[in-house]
Write a protein that binds this ligand. Sequence first.
Ligand code: F6R
Length: 369
Amino acid sequence: EKGGWSSFMAKEISEEPEAISKTLLGRIVDGAVRLSELDVLGEGALANIDRVVILGCGTASYSGMLGKYAIEKWARIPVDVELSHEFRYRDPVINDRTLVVSISQSGETMDTLMAVKYAVAAGAKTLSICNTQGATIARESDAAIYTHAGPEVAVASTKAFVAQVAALYLFGLHLAQVRGTLSPEEISGLLGELQALPDQLATVLEQHDAITQLAGWMTDTRSVLFLGRHAGYPVALEGALKLKELAYIHAEGFAAGELKHGPIALIEPGQPVFVIVPSPRAKDSLHKKVVSNIQEIRARGARILAIAEQGDAAVLPYADLVIPIPLASTLFEPLLAVAPLQIFAMELAAAKGLDVDQPRNLAKSVTVE
Ligand code: F6R
């Protein structure tokens, strides 16, 4: 069943391009989004919401952060992202103008299910983004957008994450379409970029061997930090989560801008730091700011492992290793930048002789609260 791969996780990472293309399949028609599964919400339902709340746990909460960035940018609706298990215990403000979007690969995570039930009882509209056909959370929700990543067997979520992001982006563009916040030309352009991602991601996966080699050198590492900014921030959090759960190494992800507010004190000679570097082409100053973060920590002895856009010469003098990713717009970069971190965590765990498909103390689907 592993199809020649050493683990289900390795196989599932190799299926990521397909997970994205299958999630997009049939949902883009003539340069516009077509999500017929949302019709059940009724005419005008999405035009009338004034807030979106995204719920999920672990990896699903990080795809949710990217969903927030996309929905706010494209559809101009305020979005909150919250861990499912925090949500219902703090008396959140939700009503019939709130859309609650739950994200769950299994569709059975008890924390998320209970949060969705709470939202239904409070009168909110509910949408589930789910990878498992007919799962409980999807059934409890008003509507469901299924990700078509295929069954995910390894405990650590990989291809489901990229499929969730693709589904959230489709949904964000659908909202923009309904609410008229982007022109049809802008929407069709962004959909074209989304459709190009599977091929671009396939080229990133070709770097598997180089990342395996890096992981092989790091089996004695006690701590790894991950830095990202804007769309790179959830990628940093996900990279750290993967390393903790698979290789049992202390890892933390930070927003790069937060460094000087505390975490820079952790930097000592030899500390490995993965940095997800924003594109130098983006029309903001984030590339420059992150490169200057790199210079600051490098001066304090950090070992820099950069995930940067192909041809980004500015990081070369300061990086111990650069993993290049193809050119993409800011919001699409995470879909290219996350795989190297998944591969790194998997290969480091494998190099330590650990079971990458079944890490200790974890279950694939957490059905208790
Ligand atoms: C991390 C991981 C977990 C799950 C989380 C939610 O690799 O697998 O963090 O993402 O338990 O699970 P689902 O998506 O099934 O609700």
